[in-house]
Design a binder for this molecule. Structure first.
Ligand SMILES: [Zn+2]
Length: 260
């Protein structure tokens, strides 16, 4: 009997030791991951979305970025290595977009290819600043253009644009992250987006850049860029569209303006 009690005490001691440092995020527990402190350094220095979060959310953000890095293979192209700074900030753009979904880390996409700047795509014989290649399970980014996206709040952000493409694809892939976007809200988004794209194409809408009229995927990506970069202007110009996107992504960047 004494041995049994001792055994229970020992097991519960190690169980509690193991739980230390974990973060409760709703019903989801995120284990501490190697690299969280390195990630924090770059987020504090450069990432305004992270800087405007309350302390508890910051902790979650750091852990999710570190977790995202641990799940992906970062592949340098035309350069010697993908630095920790690059890994941290690229992953932060994915976590910014998915911050309303604790369990979503774009798991279908295994590889992140990083070029110093734009790169040549032999398939369509054009230079690209970024792209998502679902066949290769890859997100590709030109670092120079990724950084430019975060330097100004002009409604253009390469990182968020490409992550937005990846998000829509991830939602359709039959894996553990399948179908995380609310179907009714998504349907409502598609209807409103179709209308906005028509207006964009005939020149009666001028908030979004023309590229958004290309197709539904591009409109979503362009809308996401504006959602995070110009939330106040977006919500004033298109209140219904903004609130639908806010419901779809389960977050509202407008509330973070002026913080901390
Ligand atoms: Zn695009």
């Amino acid at each position: 009997m004494v041995y049994l009690v001792l055994l229970v005490v020992i097991i519960s001691y190690f169980y509690n030791q193991g739980r230390k440092g974990q973060i409760e995020y709703g019903s989801f527990t995120l284990k501490p991951t190697f690299g969280t402190s390195k990630v924090k350094e770059y987020l504090e220095k450069y990432f305004t979305f992270y800087q405007s979060l309350p302390p508890k959310s910051k902790k979650i953000f750091e852990k999710r970025v570190a977790y995202f890095i641990s799940c992906k293979e970062f592949v340098p192209r035309k350069m010697s290595e993908v630095s920790w700074e690059m890994k941290a900030l690229i992953s932060a753009s994915a976590i910014q977009l998915t911050f309303g979904f604790p369990r979503v880390h774009l798991s279908y996409f295994q590889y992140i290819l990083v070029y110093p700047e734009q790169f040549f795509n032999s398939a369509n014989q054009q230079f690209h600043k970024g792209e998502v290649n679902p066949q290769a399970k890859t997100i590709v980014l030109g670092w120079k253009h990724f950084v430019e996206g975060y330097l100004s709040k002009d409604g253009r952000n390469l990182g968020l644009h490409e992550m937005a493409h990846a998000l829509r694809l991830e939602n359709r892939v039959m894996n553990r992250e399948y179908n995380f976007l609310d179907e009714d809200v998504l349907l409502s988004w598609e209807l409103q987006a179709t209308q906005a794209m028509k207006e964009l194409a005939n020149g009666t809408e001028d908030f979004f850049r023309d590229y958004g009229a290309t197709d539904r995927e591009e409109f979503f990506a362009v809308a996401v860029e504006n959602f995070f970069e110009r939330p106040v202007e977006f919500s004033e110009k298109h209140p219904k569209l903004y609130s639908t996107l806010s419901n779809l992504l389960r977050q509202d960047p407008k509330l973070l303006i002026g913080k901390p």
